[in-house]
Each structure stands twice: as structure tokens, then as C-alpha cells.
Design a protein around this ligand. Structure first.
Ligand SMILES: Cc1cc2nc3c(=O)[nH]c(=O)nc-3n(C[C@H](O)[C@H](O)[C@H](O)COP(=O)(O)O)c2cc1C
Length: 207
């Protein structure tokens, strides 16, 4: 695993005051340079009230000064975990850039208006798919799901697909962000930002 020649090694001189600015730069580079189909894929880790960790991939759909937004079913396993324990971690790994970013923080629901606005940008089939899937619940068979899809498609022909109340966005508000970039001889570069009050501090960690 080596950093592409087009990218500089991660040095303290490249750090920004706010880690979201550095993340935005890395994300842009991932979108431009990575051959991954989904450079916005990130592993979302949650913990149940019983203390059982869980992880799954979701897609980053919005990034702004408030945090990292993804969309899902609020009644899914992750939704239930986040209801009970609204803290989570996100991990990005861009293999061909030899970079990893880890983020920890609190999670909040985005406004219903924002969820609505995003829902309406999705292709019609994805909107129907989201509406008919009871995500994370047992399903008797694939036919059942496809039948529900066809029924809704026929029932709402020519009409808008309403967003289910239980489908929407979560925003992870970061408290810690760690950047990792591969270095020669496994002397990787790691910098951990922590938010204390309104300000960020950053320190280098041993690889
Ligand atoms: C590349 C990729 C992208 C995914 N994006 C999402 C997503 O944005 N939202 C979502 O709810 N599930 C997404 N999934 C499916 C989740 O990984 C997961 O199977 C689903 O959300 C159910 O998780 P849960 O039972 O832990 O709630 C994605 C899976 C993959 C492999």
C-alpha cells in the first residue's frame, strides 16, 4: 500500500485548523483520483444498549460544517441502536489513495424538510424501494418484497411517491477525527483532532 505519487505525504504543515476542511480536501481527492465506485462509502459503527457493537456501510450524502449526513430507515437495526445510544463512528478507507479517516461523535436526525428534499432527488425506483422495505426485519422471500414493489408502483402510477416518516437522514456531528496516510516502512502518518469547547486541537499519533 503506497500513497500515489500525485499526493503529498501527510505532514503537520498540511493540517487545517478545522478537520472538516482537511476532510473535504481528501474527499475531493478521493472522488477525483480513486477508482472506487463509491468513494463516499463509509462504515457506520453503532453500539446497542446491551453494549454490542455493529457496523455496516452507508453512503455519505452531505457534508457541511455541521457534520456528515447519510440516509436510512429510522426503524432499521442501526436506527434502533442510534435511538437508544446516539453516538457512532464513521470509517472511510480509500485503498488506492492509501488513506483512512475515522470519525467519532454524536448523531442527530436531520430535519424532515431536508429528508424530504433529499428523498425527492432519488430515482423513482429507489423511492419505491425505500418505501416498501421494512429494513432489517425478517422477510419471508424475495417475491414478497417484489410484489410489494409492484403494488406500490401500480397504485401510485403518475403520482408522487410519499416519503415514509420512518425514512430520513442522520447527521454525525464529529467530536474526534483521525487522518491516516500510509508511509514507507509502515511509518504511517496519523493525526487525531479532538473538539474541546468550540475549538479543535490536533496531535500526531504513533502508527
Ligand atoms: C456500498 C453500500 C452502500 C450502502 N448505502 C446505504 C445507505 O446509504 N443507507 C442504508 O440504509 N443502507 C445502505 N447500505 C446497506 C447497509 O450496509 C445495511 O445493509 C442496511 O442499512 C441495514 O443495516 P442495519 O440492519 O444495521 O440497520 C449500503 C450497503 C453498501 C454495501
Amino acid at each position: 500500500m503506497t500513497t500515489p505519487a500525485t499526493l503529498p505525504p501527510l505532514r503537520a504543515s498540511l493540517l487545517t485548523d478545522d478537520p472538516l476542511d482537511l476532510f473535504a480536501r481528501w474527499f475531493e481527492e478521493a472522488r477525483e483520483l480513486s477508482r472506487m465506485e463509491y468513494p463516499n462509502a463509509m462504515t457506520l459503527s453503532t453500539v446497542t444498549p446491551e453494549g454490542m457493537p455493529d457496523g455496516r456501510v452507508v453512503l455519505l450524502k452531505e457534508l457541511d460544517a455541521r457534520g456528515f449526513t447519510f440516509y436510512t430507515n429510522y426503524r432499521s437495526a442501526k436506527g434502533e441502536a442510534l435511538d437508544a445510544n446516539p453516538r457512532a463512528a464513521l470509517s472511510f478507507y480509500w485503498d488506492d489513495l492509501a488513506r483512512q479517516v475515522r470519525i467519532r461523535g454524536t448523531v442527530e436526525k436531520v430535519s424532515a424538510e431536508d429528508s424530504e428534499a433529499y428523498f425527492q432527488t432519488r430515482p423513482r425506483g429507489s423511492r419505491i424501494g425505500a418505501a416498501v422495505s421494512n429494513q432489517s426485519r425478517p422477510l419471508g422471500g424475495r417475491e414478497e418484497l417484489e410484489a410489494r414493489y409492484r403494488q406500490m408502483e401500480a397504485r401510485l402510477e403518475g403520482e408522487e411517491i410519499p416519503r415514509p416518516d420512518h425514512w430520513g437522514g442522520y447527521r454525525l456531528v464529529p467530536a474526534e477525527v483521525e487522518f491516516w496516510q500510509a508511509g514507507a516502512h509502515r511509518l504511517h502518518d496519523r493525526f487525531l483532532y479532538r473538539r474541546g469547547g468550540g475549538d479543535w486541537t490536533v496531535e500526531r499519533l504513533a502508527p
